[in-house]
Design a protein around this ligand. Structure first.
Ligand code: 13P
Length: 280
């Protein structure tokens, strides 16, 4: 059965662009999609200090704005942190959770990813939860085990209904910012694995589904991220289980990002027509 999942193209600008530069880049992205229809879901994730500018530019356009990270508490004495309440009050709709750079440099763990995911869902932010193995883990043949563990740990105490707003991103750490893209077929295989882990999780009694077979994972969009560019995105988005792209470096260039959006639009149209043909 073909399942309709939305196609998402998200740009993670990381620690790049001043508010002024972010405003310019966001304006160029908005301009490039202005006259287009059948767009994928587009999300720009600037640094916290640029959220206000990018939100202003994106207001009333098809472009959504996400944060790159957030605290899981609503408020309190947590110097330097930003809460989900602050984000939603500004108009932010999405949040990246558990990016490998947060895991690698800022002490993010599977347990804190789970806390952040619960907080995002509670505040109706659309979470983009990142998972992926390091180069050592891949070379030791641990890719599937690592990804399985990350996905299952993220879902602890999350009810099945909440998976309707959940998004995962498979980002192999060794492919991020290195120019080394994961082969499209391999990325698709791991995205399918993630889908399967979600299904298994909610098919088990402790997943809250009382032992019945769950298809929750079939409805969760799963993005690929890691050196995505205009030149490799078509190949990735042609595969059935890669529902979009989480783009780093290439999202800092409006022209390059526009081409990736166009690829996303093509995927969305193709999937919709497959669905019509299969009558599902
Ligand atoms: P690059 O596209 O620069 O490899 O970054 C990917 C990424 O980390 C997106 O979150």
């Amino acid at each position: 059965m073909t399942t309709q999942r939305k196609t998402i193209i998200a740009g993670n600008w990381k620690m790049n662009k001043t508010p002024k530069e972010a405003r310019e880049l966001a304006s160029a992205v908005v301009e490039s999609v202005k006259t287009k229809t059948d767009l994928p879901e587009i999300v720009l994730c600037p640094a916290f200090v640029a959220l206000h500018d990018v939100l202003e530019v994106a207001k009333g356009t098809p472009v959504n704005v996400g944060a790159q990270h957030m605290d899981y508490r609503d408020e309190g004495a947590f110097t330097g942190e930003i809460s989900p309440v602050m984000l939603t009050s500004m108009g932010v709709t999405h949040v990246i959770i558990g990016h490998s750079e947060r895991r690698q440099f800022f002490g993010e763990t599977n347990a804190t990813v789970n806390l952040r995911l619960k907080a995002a869902l509670k505040h109706k932010l659309i979470p983009i939860v990142c998972v992926g193995e390091s180069l050592d883990e891949r070379e030791e043949g641990l890719t599937d085990a690592v990804v399985r563990r990350q996905v299952a740990a993220a879902l602890i105490d999350i009810d099945e209904e909440s998976t309707k707003t959940l998004v995962f991103a498979y980002e192999p750490v060794w492919a991020i910012g290195t120019g080394k893209t994961c082969e499209a077929a391999e990325a698709n295989r791991v995205c399918l694995l993630i889908r399967g882990v979600v299904n298994e999780f909610y098919s088990r009694a402790e997943g809250g589904h009382k032992g019945a077979k769950s298809t929750a994972g079939d409805h969760v969009p799963i993005l690929y991220g890691g050196s995505v560019k205009a030149s490799n995105v078509d190949e990735q988005l042609a595969l059935p289980d890669i529902d979009g792209s989480l783009v780093g470096g290439a999202s800092l260039n409006a022209g390059e990002f526009q081409s990736i959006i166009v690829a996303g639009a093509k995927r969305q149209t193709t999937m919709a027509s497959k669905l019509t043909r299969s009558g599902t």
